[in-house]
Design a protein. Structure first.
Length: 318
């Protein structure tokens, strides 16, 4: 049974040493919860959580979610999985295992504890979409055998597992589909477009664009995203999602590059390369469900969020 002998919640966050997980933990601790952070440090880093080790309500466990975990908690946030192409394509088999076996293990834990569980899914479940902007009822256009499939299909399978546990076993689940998110604590070499552009601009190196730079993305600042997580977790038990969590303002990749150059004062030029396999041409969330069910929409717009992120990345450039 879930622990219920005190008002303070004890919450498990898998992938807690990662970019998003560490910020989620900050918020949970700020509101008075206890947090068990689980991470195998494949892409997460102790740097993201080193400021928390003196907090008596914080506990870190180095553990791979592909193996069963035995802890006593009241809620689970499952964020464990490499989330950038350069990382999830490094070991695609392990990426799929983390998404699928990790989901099975965390769902099994939630079943034993009879506690609710949150799944950090992704906009990549939509693939290269034929529907724009993407709504939660769109089934997607995903290549099941491509170089990105380990992540895309792994996350789709995880969603299947979550909803089957919900339907078959009555487990309370919450599924968020995360769109491009950025902010301090991103890994400087994770291969994501925001971190790539900022690091290249700060070094006055050519900024790498794939294709002609006309493909679009929507960028959500990390604080807004975490607020969406918390609001989704607080919804009624009969609401499972999925819910798009992202910023609906759409920018071309070239517009992003030009804004980063402006904000950094960089001398970088634009370097165009061939478009990678299965790279989606459009990505924009329809957030009607988030507005209606969560009362949520992003507040931090791109220029402000980039300024904060650039300040963080300056420490990585000598």
């Amino acid at each position: 049974m879930a622990r219920n002998y005190q008002s303070r919640k004890r919450i498990l966050v898998t992938g807690g040493a990662g970019f998003l997980g560490s910020h989620l933990i900050d918020r949970l601790l700020e509101r008075g919860d206890e947090v068990v952070c689980v991470d195998n440090l494949f892409t997460g880093t102790k740097r993201n959580i080193e400021h928390l080790h003196s907090n008596p309500r914080f506990e870190f466990m180095r553990h791979d979610v592909c193996f069963p975990l035995y802890v006593e908690v009241d809620e689970i946030y499952n964020l464990a999985c490499p989330a950038s192409p350069i990382h999830y394509q490094h070991d695609p088999v392990q990426t799929t295992k983390t998404s699928v076996i990790g989901a099975i293990n965390m769902l099994g834990l939630a079943k034993r504890l009879k506690c609710k569980i949150f799944q950090a899914s992704t906009s990549e479940v939509y693939g290269d979409p034929h529907v724009h902007p993407q709504t939660e009822d769109y089934w997607g256009n995903v290549n099941p055998i491509g170089i990105r499939s380990c992540y895309d299909e792994g996350k789709r399978c995880a969603e299947t597992l979550f909803f089957d546990y919900h339907r078959q076993l009555g487990l309370e689940v919450k599924v968020a589909r995360i769109f491009n998110t950025y902010g301090p604590r991103m890994h400087p070499a994770d291969g994501r477009v925001v971190s790539n552009f900022i690091m290249q601009a700060l070094k006055d190196e050519p900024i790498t664009l794939y294709g002609d730079g006309s493909q679009t993305r929507s960028f959500c600042y990390r604080d807004d995203l975490v607020e969406g997580f918390l609001r989704l977790m607080d919804t009624a038990p009969d609401f499972a999602g999925p819910v798009n969590i992202g910023n609906p303002n759409e920018f071309t990749i070239r517009e992003l590059a030009e804004l980063v150059i402006e904000l950094t004062g960089s001398r970088s030029t634009l370097d165009y390369r061939p478009l990678p396999q299965d790279d989606p041409m459009q990505r924009q969330p329809n957030i009607t469900v988030a507005r209606d069910k969560l009362g949520w929409e992003p507040k931090v717009q791109l220029r402000e969020g980039l300024e904060r992120t650039i300040d963080y990345f300056r420490d990585f450039v000598s």
